[in-house]
Design a protein around this ligand. Structure first.
Ligand code: AHM
Ligand code: MG
Length: 347
């Protein structure tokens, strides 16, 4: 790494601390929580980049050459985030996409004022084929009084109450992208230094979208409104050159979202009738849709379930699923129009 007079290096630690100045009453707990999550990202990244060597070092779920059991990467990511955050006194309670119930703070540790919800390794089925995966996190202020154990009610908050959210993408490089309500900022992990360095300050979604991302194979199972809407994305209502979108679908939410955030576009995972579990969508409101919706809005985009803003949805259960249209604001609003027009006003 060569430094000259114009080089400006901002580490994530420095950036998070600088952001704290927006909140004069801040105690530093949120700053430290974000800092801990950056460390989780480094630890998980160091495992994910070895995934291709699993056959050599030992297959996940099996034994390695030393005869030790090799943990699955999604379980490893889940444990890492839990273990780094259970004893810090910053959290009241946690929730993970990998676990059925809320995760209490062990009674031997103090509880704090924040709630952490996370998807430890989204898209983990893509790891075997060397496709990017990601961790997603959402932070809320607790609702129950401080000093007591956190409860389910602390976790079931609408996305509009988020105070911070972000993701770590494990791709050709590892990046952490986060917001505390003052724009979206992206950091790239410099492996030599072991530091996340500011590489994408104040990310805004491009004004002209380039991509739409959807699993087209589910088309036979879509509602008339979704079908007509995706036709619109393809044909621009008879004028494809006006919209000029290309299809890109990785099947790894963080990677699909990240590409559209930087390149411009929209990701959809509509409800479909193929699988009874997906009639209300596949993606989870609390662990996937809400935190990414918060980032999308902070970057000038939008997210909807096709009828209402994702950030306004009041969750009723921890693993609630929602249809998701996220990214370019105009394209998301168009989805709402099509669904209302061709599927009726809804419940
Ligand atoms: P997961 O939480 O089990 O990893 O599943 C979520 C993933 C997302 O990353 C992705 O957007 C979606 O599932 C892809 O689903 P499909 O294969 O049905 O297109
Ligand atoms: Mg997931």
């Amino acid at each position: 790494m060569t430094l000259n007079n114009t080089t400006q290096i901002t580490t994530i630690e420095r950036h998070i601390l600088d952001q704290q100045h927006h909140y004069p009453d801040a105690s530093g707990a949120l700053t430290n929580l974000l800092y801990d999550l950056a460390l989780c990202g480094k630890i998980i990244a160091s495992k994910v980049i070895q995934a291709g060597l699993m056959d050599v070092l030992g297959k996940t779920g099996g034994e390695n050459v030393q005869g030790e059991e090799v943990q699955k990467l999604d379980e490893f990511a889940d444990e890492t985030i839990y273990k780094l955050n259970d004893h810090t006194g910053r959290l009241a309670v946690m929730g993970s996409e990998e676990r059925p119930d809320i995760i209490p703070i062990p009674p031997k540790y103090k509880t704090g004022k924040y709630v952490l919800l996370y998807d430890p390794l989204d898209g983990s089925s893509n790891i075997d084929v060397n496709v990017s995966v990601g961790s997603i996190f959402a932070i809320y202020r607790r609702k129950t009084p401080e000093g007591s154990p956190g409860t389910l009610a602390d976790c079931l908050q609408p996305g509009k109450e988020l105070i911070a959210a972000g993701y770590i993408i494990y791709g050709s490089s590892t990046m952490l992208v986060y917001s505390t309500g003052n724009g979206v900022h992206g950091f790239t992990l410099n492996r030599m230094l072991g530091e996340f360095l500011l590489s994408h300050p104040d990310i805004k979604m491009p004004a002209k979208p380039k991509f739409y991302s959807v699993n087209q194979a589910y088309e036979p199972f879509w509602s008339p409104g979704v079908l007509r809407y995706v036709r619109y994305l393809q044909t621009g209502e008879g004028e494809p050159e006006k919209l000029g979108l290309s299809l890109r679908y990785i099947g790894s939410l963080v990677a699909d979202f990240h590409r559209n955030l930087l390149g411009g576009g929209l990701f959809c995972y509509p409800a479909d009738r193929k699988d009874p579990k997906k009639t209300g969508g596949k993606l989870r409101l609390l662990y996937e849709a809400a935190p990414l919706a918060y980032l999308a809005e902070q970057a000038g985009g939008y997210a909807t379930d096709g009828r209402q803003r994702i950030l306004d949805i009041e969750p009723t259960s921890l693993h609630q699923r929602v249809p998701l249209f996220i990214g370019d604001k105009n394209l998301c609003l168009k989805a709402e129009q099509y669904i209302k027009k061709f599927d009726g006003p809804g419940a």
